[in-house]
Design a binder for this molecule. Structure first.
Ligand code: URA
Length: 229
């Protein structure tokens, strides 16, 4: 007997839920990460909140004036691994979350390659507001935001700190170093009371422009994967 193709609305709804029907019906950017709530110990939560409020209350900041949203962080504040990029771009400014654009999609793939994802790491940037036209932040802007990211590192207190690209590296390690010489090495460093192992690797946006360098980034990723923490 030939079975008739019957329309089953319950099955269809279940199917749409399974494949995330928003992807089909909704044109708006999907906020993939906002819903994750992590239990953070009282002090850490309070300190993160305080830091965010301090940045939100900055006066005379050109970046803040022109941005739509603060981009503070994403991921798990209890993670032992913290990643730091440069500054938000247009997508990040729109969503208020770091690395949600094209560079973010590559970052997700890099993390997945070593069995990590955003629930297992914590992500922030040197600068918390989008520089207009996605330009590099100026030395002056970096100087202004440096105390915030330093405090941010101290609050999270990661065992591993991954600096993505030369802006993050120069801001936190020093201007005299070049990424081609510094990447793929462990550096022990102190930020306030936080002693951490720092590793520098290429920024995903750079890797999109220079895919031949992905093999070097892969070496760095394996070092992170294999580090005993
Ligand atoms: N590039 C960065 O450095 N940070 C982001 O959040 C997005 C792109």
């Amino acid at each position: 007997m030939i079975k008739k193709n019957s329309f089953n609305p319950i099955k269809l709804i279940k199917y749409y839920k399974l494949i995330n029907h928003n992807l089909i019906y909704n044109n708006k950017a999907i906020n993939r990460y906002k819903k994750d709530n992590f239990e953070i110990s009282g002090n850490k939560a309070e300190n993160l909140d305080k830091l965010k409020k301090t940045i939100l209350s900055l006066n005379n900041c050109n970046l803040k004036r022109q941005a739509k949203n603060i981009v503070f962080s994403d991921g798990n504040p209890n993670s032992k691994i913290m990643l730091i990029g440069e500054a938000p771009g247009a997508n990040e400014d729109e969503e208020g979350l770091p690395f949600v654009g094209r560079a973010g999609a590559l970052l997700d793939k890099m993390l997945a390659a070593i069995d990590l994802d955003r629930k297992k790491v914590y992500i922030s940037n040197i600068i918390n507001y989008r520089p207009p036209d996605n330009r590099r932040p100026t030395d002056e802007e970096i100087k202004r935001y440096l105390p915030f990211i330093t405090k941010h590192i101290e609050i999270i207190s990661p065992k591993i700190l991954v600096l993505l690209g030369s802006t993050a590296m120069n801001a936190l390690i020093g201007n005299e170093v070049v990424i081609s010489k510094m990447r793929g090495k462990w550096i022990e460093k102190k930020f306030g009371n936080c002693k951490t192992s720092v590793i520098i690797t290429f920024h995903p946006a750079f890797l999109m422009r220079q895919p031949a360098q992905k093999k070097m980034a892969w070496i760095d990723l394996k070092m992170i994967r294999d580090k005993k923490i």
